[in-house]
Design a protein. Structure first.
Length: 107
């Protein structure tokens, strides 16, 4: 089984935005280069935060995206954190959030 790893090449604008203390804005996050699946998961996370005020669980993400497996969503969320559009805390439930949402306990 061949596993393809995706390399991210950021533009100068994206690198400058990620280096800012405030991070990326909402429009800059939406303009980032993502796969269609990553964009769908990011939109589900964003909508959940705007509606509920806290991060979604992986079960919520599974319902929102229509996926049946949790492992693929964990990989996608980790990729979103790696490219800089989401943040999460290790070993904390529901801690995933878009970087433009400021929340004191998650900084």
């Amino acid at each position: 089984m061949l596993i393809m790893k995706r390399k991210y090449v950021h533009t100068k604008k994206e690198l400058r935005a990620m280096a800012r203390p405030g991070g990326l804005s909402e429009t800059e996050c939406m303009e980032m280069e993502m796969t269609p699946k990553e964009r769908n998961v990011f939109l589900v996370i964003d909508e959940h935060w705007k509606k509920m005020g806290y991060g979604p669980s992986y079960e919520d993400l599974m319902r929102g995206t229509g996926d049946k497996g949790r492992a693929n969503l964990v990989r996608i969320v980790n990729n979103l954190c790696k490219i800089g559009v989401c943040k999460k805390l290790a070993n904390k439930d529901r801690s995933v959030r878009p970087v433009y949402i400021k929340f004191r306990e998650l900084e």
